[in-house]
Write a protein that binds this ligand. Structure first.
Ligand code: 13P
Ligand code: SF4
Length: 315
């Protein structure tokens, strides 16, 4: 009984917080963009929920005065680059990304000098400074197609070595790999997944390409977070093992209620650092506004625009 009372009061609190945020959002003419890995309650305040590519498209299109990002810093920076006249807010100061921090613009310039004929293809999980020295951006949804679309025979791919290796297996181009990784995906282990699969025979494995190569070999479908629901809906199987950040399973259960989803996952602390109270505070006091130097915006925009242009033409 005590437990029930506690749960009820927490839910009432969440309902009140959601109501307050929806009111503040109206007052500020704000749009709230939410990544698939966020806490489930964040989905209730979202104008759009999606993967990195979908979120960038929405950030470029919006007519709102304020873009509030429930995601991580590189996503909010991308929104600022695409909509520089708007106020872009990232409620949590802890919403970084250790993968994005593994590449620096100085190091990219150094490698470019050693390979002057190579194009630089940067995953969107990079800082604005790195985007500014890149030729084109990509996400997990379009990395292979973007690399294959480049006129260069050689491509410097950064910063994720697992996604880079996956791209390498789907292209004739020479890929120069960067040694970065996402600890959330990289520490998921193939032997443990094998045991997990034996416990659920017949369940199909859907894995994010930031996972290691030996694990990807055990998977039935490899895609970014945006492709997971599409695969689960179209595939004949009833049961799926979802190999990525844990929040994705919640999202798939909502989007594809007729199927069963089991998690083989780790939590991304950066993604989970955004909470409803922080969002409310952010809308009241512009906490924390993303600002970038004009020339970084100008140079980084070229690489992101090339990716968005490619996606538009490919659609
Ligand atoms: P997606 O683009 O697939 O949503 O991935 C973003 C991310 O941070 C993966 O770790
Ligand atoms: Fe970065 Fe990995 Fe978290 Fe994605 S899951 S935001 S790549 S640390």
């Amino acid at each position: 009984m005590r437990q029930e009372l506690v749960s009820k009061s927490i839910m009432e609190d969440i309902d009140k917080q959601v109501e307050l945020i929806l009111e503040l959002k109206k007052q500020r003419n704000a749009v709230i963009l939410v990544h698939n890995y966020q806490r489930p309650e964040m989905f209730r305040i979202a104008d759009y929920i999606g993967d990195s590519l979908g979120l960038s498209v929405k950030a470029a299109e919006t007519k709102a005065d304020v873009i509030l990002f429930c995601g991580v810093k590189f996503m909010a920076e991308t929104a600022k680059i695409l909509s520089p006249d708007k106020t872009v807010l990232l409620p949590s100061l802890d919403a970084g990304c250790s993968l994005a921090d593994m590449a620096t613009a100085e190091k990219v310039k150094e490698i470019k000098k050693a390979h002057p004929d190579a194009a630089v293809a940067s995953y969107v999980n990079t800082t604005a400074d790195v985007k500014a020295v890149s030729d084109i951006c990509c996400t997990s949804a379009n990395a292979v197609e973007i690399v294959n679309s480049l006129p260069n025979k050689k491509v410097i791919f950064l910063p994720d070595r697992n996604l880079g290796r996956y791209v390498q297996q789907h292209t004739d181009k020479e890929i120069i790999l960067w040694d970065g990784y996402c600890f959330v995906h990289d520490k998921l282990d193939a032997d443990t997944l094998s045991e997990f699969k034996q416990r659920y025979p017949g369940a199909k494995v859907i894995a994010h390409p930031e996972c290691k190569e030996d694990l990807l070999k055990l998977s039935d479908h490899i895609c970014g977070t945006g492709g997971m629901a599409k695969f689960a809906k179209s595939d004949g199987s009833k049961n799926f093992i979802v190999v990525t950040e844990c929040g994705m399973t919640e999202k798939l259960r909502e989007d594809v209620p007729e199927k069963n989803f089991l998690s083989f996952c780790n939590i991304c602390p950066y993604m989970k650092s955004t909470t409803l109270p922080l969002v409310a505070r952010s809308l009241v006091s512009n906490m924390h506004e993303i600002t970038l130097p004009q020339d970084t915006i100008k140079n980084a925009r070229k690489a992101i625009d090339r990716m968005l242009e490619f996606s538009k033409n490919a659609a």
